[in-house]
Design a protein. Structure first.
Ligand code: ING
Length: 308
């Protein structure tokens, strides 16, 4: 299939007290809206089933485990998988994963149109910190609650499209897109939860953050000649604002659709994957143009080494 209608299902705030069942009902409403607009795939945000809990400092493992799913699908999400199958729509969404052998990841899955899980990704780039930080206006404890992803950046041929997944902070690292680009990726889906400005920050703080999100997603798309769909969890969660800014970007880096609210909002665009070919055969024909003999630092170094 070379043309797909892809929808981004931005979610508004999920309060700490909101149940997964309630959130799944909201996700199904967006799925129904997407179906009414002819969508073939729906992309949901990072950690789509719960509030962005890494903002809360917790020590008791039982309290932490409450936020994690031990199987997928499960009782709370089965209605979403059933609806997607009934509508013949592929879906991707993020959630907190606790594995049977006790590992914790910030995970996303993608299904085919029969609601079969065809791919799983575990977030590699974890921002923030692992201990309580008194200096911060708000905590960002992803390094406390999640392990770095252990699956790498992979692609799957799903419904005829070579697609890959990343999550939130991954979009800020060009390595994410390039590793997918080197596998021929034509569609990258990226859910995110990005804290917005709060009272201590100026309004242009939000404008700058939205700009950096757009810049990262558009650059990733253009430099790897792929579609990119970035979908936010937005709104004010228990007094903590998250920014919106969900967009669908084409292989030239142009924005095809953009969310305008910080609520549950569907954006949609027709994606013709033939459009990926031109860039991959010309400017970004990696085989013809890359000079890997000069790129060694990218995998041999983690941090900066100043030698001058
Ligand atoms: N959130 C943020 C993100 O990468 C962040 C972390 C916030 C980075 C603000 C830079 C500026 O969008 C997650 N969940 O990765």
């Amino acid at each position: 299939m070379t043309v797909m209608k892809i929808a981004g299902a931005q979610l508004g705030a999920i309060q700490k007290a909101e149940s997964r069942e309630s959130v799944v009902k909201r996700m199904i409403a967006l799925l129904d809206e997407a179906a009414s607009k002819g969508a073939d795939m729906v992309v949901y945000p990072e950690l789509a089933l719960t509030t962005f809990f890494p903002r809360w400092y917790m020590e008791d493992q039982a309290e932490i485990d409450v936020w994690f799913e031990t199987e997928m699908p499960n009782a709370a999400t089965q209605p979403l998988f059933d609806r997607a199958r009934a509508l013949s729509i592929a879906i991707t969404f993020g959630y907190a994963e606790k594995t049977p052998d006790g590992h914790y990841f910030n995970t996303s899955i993608v299904t085919d149109r029969q609601a079969n899980i065809v791919g799983k990704y575990r977030k590699v780039h974890l921002p923030g910190h692992s201990e309580y930080d008194m200096e911060r206006a708000f905590q960002h404890l992803e390094k406390r609650y999640f392990e770095p992803g252990d699956l790498g950046f992979n692609v799957w041929r799903n419904e005829g499209v070579i697609m890959g997944m990343a999550i939130c902070n991954d979009r800020r690292w060009p390595e994410t897109f390039r590793v997918l680009g080197l596998q021929g990726v034509e569609l990258v889906t990226i859910g995110y939860n990005t804290p917005s400005v709060n009272s201590q920050m100026s309004a242009e703080g939000l404008e700058k953050r939205l700009f950096h999100s757009d810049l990262s997603l558009q650059a990733g798309a253009y430099q790897n000649s792929t579609y990119v769909v970035g979908v936010a969890k937005a709104g004010n969660e228990d007094g903590h604002p998250l920014m919106g800014g969900s967009i669908i970007v084409d292989p030239d880096g142009f924005v095809l659709a953009r969310a305008v609210t910080e609520e549950d909002e569907l954006i949609i665009a027709e994606c013709d994957f033939e459009k990926c070919a031109f860039g991959k055969k010309t400017i970004f024909d990696f085989e013809r143009h890359r000079r890997i003999e000069h790129y060694g630092r990218i995998t041999s170094q983690t941090g900066v080494i100043v030698e001058v």
